[in-house]
Structures are given as C-alpha cells and as structure tokens.
Design a protein around this ligand. Structure first.
Ligand SMILES: Nc1ncnc2c1ncn2[C@@H]1O[C@H](COP(=O)(O)OP(=O)(O)OP(=O)(O)O)[C@@H](O)[C@H]1O
Length: 246
C-alpha cells in the first residue's frame, strides 16, 4: 500500500503583510508522504522558519491550501489549528525548551495535559517515551543535571509522547557538539526506521545528508535538487507554473 500524504501543499505561499510586504515563502506544491525523512537547508533569511511555521500549523499561508493527514486546514479557526497541531505534530527545537525546574518525566508528561490523555496514563506514557529515546535511567533528573544531548532526547520524547504523525525539527543539533549531535541523529534515524515522518531543518550539510529526501530553500523558493549527476536545483511545481501551463 502506498503511504498516504502527511503534508500536502497546494500552491502554498506566505507573504508577510509589511509594509513593505515580504514574500517570504513563494507558492509551491509539495507532498511529503508517511515515513519520509525530509531535510531542508537554506541560508539565513531564506524562509526555513516560515516553512516550518506553515507546515506546523503555527502560521496560516496567505495563499494556497495546506493539508495535514489529508485534512484541509485552510480557513480553520486558530483553536482548531492548535488542536490539530497538538495531536498530530511534534516539535523539536535547537534550544530544547524544557522547563528547568521539572523532571525529565514531568517535562514529557506535561505535553499531554491538553491532548486528552487521562492523567493516570500520562506518567506511564512519559516513561515509555523516555525509554524509547534511551533515557529510561534518567526519568527523575532535572534538565540542569542532563547533558545537552540528553536534554534534546527529553525534548524528542516530549515531541513523540502524543504519538504525532509528523516530527518537525528545527536545527535539532545546532546546540550540540559533533559526537552528541551524532547520537541524536542516530535516534532520528531509528525513528525514521520505525516509520516516523520527519522534517529536519538544518544549515549543516552532514545533517541534511542523513535524510531520505533533501529539499533546499533560497529567497523563499523551495526546490528539490536533482540526483547527483545533475546538481542543478529543480523547482517544485508552483501554482504559478500551473497557471502558465508549465
Ligand atoms: N513577521 C515577519 N514580518 C515580515 N518579514 C518577516 C517576518 N518574519 C520573517 N520575515 C522575513 O521573511 C524572510 C524569511 O524569514 P525566515 O525567518 O523564514 O528565514 P530563515 O531561513 O528561517 O532564517 P534563519 O536561518 O536566520 O532563522 C526573511 O526575509 C525575513 O526577514
């Protein structure tokens, strides 16, 4: 059975209103199917965060339609978008964003407060998620007593505990030394092998090389470089292309 699309952009673009207006993400068609491990690279200011905010249902695009798990999110009220985001998308950030005075277990369990998981199940699920990321022995540790790599693992456990269909990672190894970064990337590899859909934003070519599909973004234009023999970036179909019949 062909995996179903998790993210589907149909002519999705975003222009910040300004003034002056900033066309931060140019209209594009894109399908990311279940189980893909997509990396996105691009220089500062190229539109990576804008992409992440659209895909993560944080910002609504100013044009096009954005589907998550086949559901059209266009025009949904903010509360519905937040609900979908909470249930279906896990986020991992460069700077971990853990609560410093709560244990690893609490940090993960608190992610379920608004997701409808009964209170009595939260601790067990948080523990399972921490075991999954190799931190079963550190569940009671405070983030200040954890290494950078361990903190990022807690953050990944927190992102996974709601059983999302998509993990969106923004520079997940940006604050880690090379050896620690490698162990976090190995964890992402494992999640990919288990079937998780991953989108990883990075400026690091070595990180980008880990994915199964590499996209690039420059000046708001998302492209999919061709396989090695022809390194020229190929544009993804944009709604403008459709309009011109290209
Ligand atoms: N709220 C906003 N209003 C207007 N312009 C914005 C806004 N947010 C971002 N931009 C502009 O949109 C463009 C894309 O920004 P974005 O933050 O997506 O880039 P990025 O690739 O994530 O950059 P970095 O790697 O530095 O975080 C940039 O030109 C930026 O200045």
């Amino acid at each position: 059975m062909t995996p179903a699309p998790v993210i589907e952009f149909r002519g999705v673009g975003l222009t910040y209103p300004g003034p002056p207006p900033v066309p931060a993400f140019l209209p594009v068609d894109l399908v990311i199917t279940g189980g893909e491990y997509v990396t996105i690279t691009g220089p500062s200011g190229s539109g990576k965060s804008t992409f992440l905010n659209i895909a993560g249902l944080i910002d609504a695009p100013t044009e096009g339609r954005c589907l998550l798990d086949g559901m059209d999110t266009t025009g949904l009220p903010d509360s519905d978008r937040a609900g979908l985001r909470g249930r279906r998308i896990g986020f991992v950030f460069q700077s971990f964003h853990l609560l410093p005075h709560r244990s690893a277990l609490d940090n993960v369990a608190l992610a379920m407060v608004y997701s409808g998981v009964p209170r009595r199940e939260r601790a067990a699920r948080a523990r399972d998620a921490l075991v999954r990321v190799g931190l079963g022995h550190r569940v009671d540790a405070m983030p200040t007593r954890l290494s950078g790599g361990e903190r990022q693992r807690v953050a990944i456990a927190r992102a996974l505990v709601g059983r999302p269909s998509l993990l969106l990672c923004d520079e997940p190894t940006g604050n880690l030394d090379t050896a620690t970064a490698d162990s976090v990337l190995a964890l992402l590899d494992d999640l990919h092998k288990d079937g998780m859909t991953l989108v990883v934003i990075t400026h690091d070519a070595a990180v980008a090389a880990r994915g199964s599909r590499a996209l690039a973004i420059r000046d708001g234009r998302l492209t999919e470089p061709r396989p090695a023999r022809d390194a020229r970036p190929a544009p993804l179909h944009t709604s403008a292309d459709h309009r011109s019949g290209a």
